[in-house]
Structure formats: C-alpha cells, structure tokens
Design a binder for this molecule. Structure first.
Ligand code: F6R
Length: 366
C-alpha cells in the first residue's frame, strides 16, 4: 500500500507532481476557457461578485492565504481569508454578490461545513474546493473544483494542499477572466506555467534531498523554530511551521518577516533556527534585510531560495533551492522542501510521521 515507501507521508509528498498534472488535466478548452467541475454559477453571476471570503481550517486555511493573494492581485476583488471556526461565529458582511470559497480536503470538517451552511442562508454563493467527490462540502456548494490528490492517508496534509493551491489558482484565473482583468492569452500563459510546477517539484526531489537532510540535522535538537517570509513567502512559512510542529512536536511559529522586529526577534539567541523563505520576489531584498538582523543575533539560518542565488549563502547556514518560478506559483514549489524538512526532523526525533499524537485526519466534531 505504501508502494515500497517507509511511510505514507513520503509516498504522498512524492506524488505531488502527479497531483499538479491531474488537477489541471482537461481544464483549459481549445478556446481558452477554463473548465471547472461544477461551475454552478453563470458567468454573469460571477461577474457580479464583489467580495470573496475564503474559509477553511488548518492546512486548507494556508491554501486560502495563497488564494487571497491571487484573487486580489488578478481579479481585483476584495478577498478575506478566515478560519471557519471564527467566520461562523461572527456576523460577516454577506450579500447575494458575496462568494464564499470553502477549502476542505475531506469535505466534511464540521466548522467549514457549518460556515458554508450559514453563508448560504445569508444569501452568499458558495464554491467548494475538496478532494472527496460527493462529500458534504461538494454537495452543499453551488460550484466545485475537485483536487485530484486521491486518498490521503497520512494525517498531515501534503499532496492535498498542493491540489488545493492549484485549484484555487484556477479559480483566481477564472475570476480574473470573467472580470475582464485577463485576456485568453494571459490565462493560457499562466495556465501552462502553472503546469510547469510539476517538473519543478520533481527537480527538488532529484537534487535537494541532501541539503534538506543537512538542514534537518541543524534543527532537530532545537526547542523552537521560527519560519519567516513576506508575501507568498509568509503563507508558505505558516504551512511550514504547522507541518513541523504537528509531526515533530518541535515548537514552531511563523511570522511575516517584517513583524520580526515587533517582538519575535527577542527569541533569537545563538543557534536559534530561523527557516526563511527567500525566493526571488518583489520583496526579496526586504526579507534578506530582516534575516540580517537575525544573523547578527546568532540565528542559525536555513533559507529556501531560488536556484542561482549565490548571495544568500552569505547569510544562510543552509540553503535549499527551488527552480526559478513566478512569485504567484512559488507556494507550489517552495512548500515541498518544508514538508520534507518537517518529515526528516520528525523521523530524527523518533516520531510517527503518519499518525501524530492527538490528531485525527478528519475533524467532524466541533
Ligand atoms: C494539517 C492538517 C489539518 C487539516 C484541517 C482541515 O496537516 O491536515 O490542519 O488541514 O484539519 O481539514 P480539511 O481540509 O479536511 O477540512
């Protein structure tokens, strides 16, 4: 069942290039229209959408952080992302032109489900991103995109996260197209680049295992670790920190790098691990300058950087490379080494990576 792999987690991590391909297969028609499983809304209805909430829990929430960036950048619709357990207990502004996007691997998380039921009663349109065909989230949404991760067994979500990010990227492209912010040519170009991330993930598997192993050795005995980045790098950091804490029980926190000097930098003492997402992006220099402040206080810096970036070696003790990629797509590749890092650290600490303590794969009670 594990296909010769020592655990399901690694099997599922290694499947991610396939998940990217399968989630995209057949999605772009010859005329450049995006083909969604169940659109459930007419283009006219979509064009009227003037507010988007992405609601989800845990790792799915982190996929939502990425969607938030893309929907605002590309479709220019105000978008908020919120934990379903928060959203359902406040009184968000919902009108018939509000789109609620629910992201749930299992499609049955209690808070997410309750949130979409409530949102529909209040008149919102609901779009589901889920891995389980016919799940409650799929059934109770107007439109659905299925992630093609296939069954995920390890409790910590890896491949379904990648499927979610790819699906949400499609949704953002669709909204941009319907809103007239992108033409067919632009959509096609981005669609094909999105597909290229499959090979880029494979490149990480083929070339970065040793670097990831060294980085894991460098943080396995720490009591705590900080993950930092800006923009997409911040979203990736949140997911990296969650993965590390849930399977290795090493305390980890993530911060937008610009927030470091407002508190967290007090934690840094010599040897403290800081895992930084410093891929090439418009905020690269800003992140590097935050890292210099950490370095000056003795932090042990592990950087996830873009292949070809030699300068980063001046401040980072360990560098894990990803191939050059458009910032919008960097979460798809840059998250992968952090999944592998979390798994290696967990194994070094003697943890069961597939069945972390206190956690269940599907959270159907509140
Ligand atoms: C973390 C993890 C959880 C889930 C969360 C939501 O690795 O797996 O945080 O992401 O419980 O689950 P779904 O996506 O099924 O709603």
């Amino acid at each position: 069942e594990k296909g010769g792999h020592p655990d399901f987690m690694i099997k599922e991590i290694l499947e991610q290039p396939r998940v990217v391909r399968d989630t995209l297969v057949g999605r772009l028609t010859g005329t450049g229209e995006l083909d969604i499983d169940e659109l459930g809304l007419t283009y006219e209805e979509l064009d009227l959408i003037d507010r988007v909430y992405v609601i989800a829990c845990g790792t799915s929430y982190h996929a939502g952080l990425i969607a938030n960036n893309l929907i605002e950048a590309w479709a220019r619709i105000p978008c908020e992302v919120e934990a379903a357990s928060e959203f359902r207990y406040r009184n968000p502004i919902i009108t018939p032109t509000t789109l609620v996007v629910a992201v749930s691997q299992s499609g049955e998380t209690a808070d997410t489900l309750a949130a979409i039921r409530d949102a529909r009663i209040k008149g919102a349109k609901v779009f589901g991103i889920t891995n389980v065909v016919g799940s409650p989230v799929a059934r109770e949404s107007d439109g659905v995109i299925y992630t093609k991760a296939n069954k995920e067994i390890a409790v910590a979500s890896t491949k379904s996260f990648i499927g979610q990010v790819v699906s949400l990227t499609l949704l953002a492209l669709l909204l941009a197209q319907v809103k007239g912010k992108m033409n067919t040519r632009q959509v096609k170009l981005l669609f094909h680049e999105l597909g290229d991330t499959a090979e880029q993930i494979q490149w990480i598997f083929d070339t970065q295992q040793e670097a990831i192993h060294e980085a894991a050795l460098a943080c396995k005995d720490a009591h705590s670790a900080l993950f930092v980045g800006r923009g997409m790098g911040a979203a990736i950091s949140y997911e990296g920190a969650l993965k590390l804490k849930e399977i290795s029980y090493l305390h980890a926190e993530a911060y937008a790098a610009g927030e470091m000097k407002h508190g967290p930098i007090a934690l840094i003492d010599p040897g403290f691990p800081v895992i930084a997402v410093t891929t090439k992006s418009p905020v690269y220099d800003k992140t590097v300058s935050n890292l210099k402040e950490c370095e000056a206080r003795g932090a042990k810096i592990i950087a996830v950087a873009t292949e070809g970036d030699e300068d980063i070696k001046q401040i980072a003790d360990h560098v894990i490379y990803i191939p050059p990629v458009r910032d919008a797509f960097s979460p798809i590749t840059a998250t992968v080494p952090l999944q592998l890092l979390a798994r290696e650290v967990a194994l070094m600490r003697g943890c069961d990576v597939d069945q972390p303590r206190n956690l269940a794969k599907s959270v159907t009670v509140e």
